[in-house]
Write a protein that binds this ligand. Sequence first.
Ligand code: PMP
Length: 373
Amino acid sequence: MTSLQDLPIRDDLRGKEPYGAPQLDVAVPLNVNENSFAVPADVVRAVQESLAAVLGDLNRYPDREFTALRERLAGYLGDVLERQGGGTDRTSIAPAQVWAANGSNEVLSHILQAFGGPGRSALGFSPSYSMHPLITTSTGAEWISVDRADDFGLDAESAAAAVRDHDPDVVFLCTPNNPTGNGLDLSVVEAVLAEAHGIVIVDEAYAEFARPGFRTALTLLPDHPRLVVSRTMSKAFAFAGARLGYAAADAALIDALRLVRLPYHLSALTQAAACAALDHAPSLLANVDRLVEQRDRMSRALTELGFRVVPSDSNFILFGGVTRPPALWQALLERGVLVRDNGIPGHLRVNAGTEAETTAFVDAITAAVAADP
Ligand code: PMP
């Protein structure tokens, strides 16, 4: 049998493990920050109709420029900006400023293919989303990791200093940050933009779950042609299975991404499903408040059990004070609850679920702590 070692694989891939959280068949999966609520029946019907309308045309390639989808995404982002009260000249995003791909992972990959690559570098503030370094190095660029403060915070001064010291081609800011859950003050993004010579990516995958007061980096787009804000339909929109991520930036930056994407990267099915879903955005987003409620309930329960909870702007919580994370992870699994060990010493991560799932988690961790205090 041929093994991977026998293949003439790229030297930088030799010995590497594929990314991926365990996909286990458990009663309560709370490990990949999905939205636990099923797609509502009215949206299921709308998506079915939208898919049915394109099935007969699958002999043709899809719209390479995903025009209808771009318009809807621009509309949604315009609504987000309007709610933030950005001022009339700052509340609109043009379709030409919007990009989309199969998940925001692919969006990030397009950005790194265009602006990273051999001889270049990207910098991020750790711990953060583990795909950022993998996407960077897969283009041949160097990854520069700068540590966050002990409480996982990041202030404007130290972020700017790191960018000044390393002068990377790309900077990643993740807000709210995965796996720590906390958001960044917009002053941090502004400080990094003032210092950076390259592209600044603000990964806002979880923005819809943020606490009041969170300000999106979308408001900074008019003054910053090298800023790109990425988002996803995988979390708040409860549409992870459809694989649709998107980004907003200056139209010229978006144009650069067209140089690296594979032709027709978004299938007609994906475009049709996402368009129908966006037409029903309020229905899909209706459960965001319920998830936030469960997140806060979980946070109170964990605090009462003596764990240290990192304040969260996302649909998940990182909690510290765990003596042996692998042992607690296993004890929860044995009680039917799957959480995530991101390898941060003394910490585990869990996402909010439905009320019943969250109760199952709280009961399981209470029992696990009682069994092994
Ligand atoms: N960014 C962050 C911070 C994430 O946590 C995730 C998913 N875990 C993604 C991007 C990618 O999500 P998707 O590809 O499903 O849009």
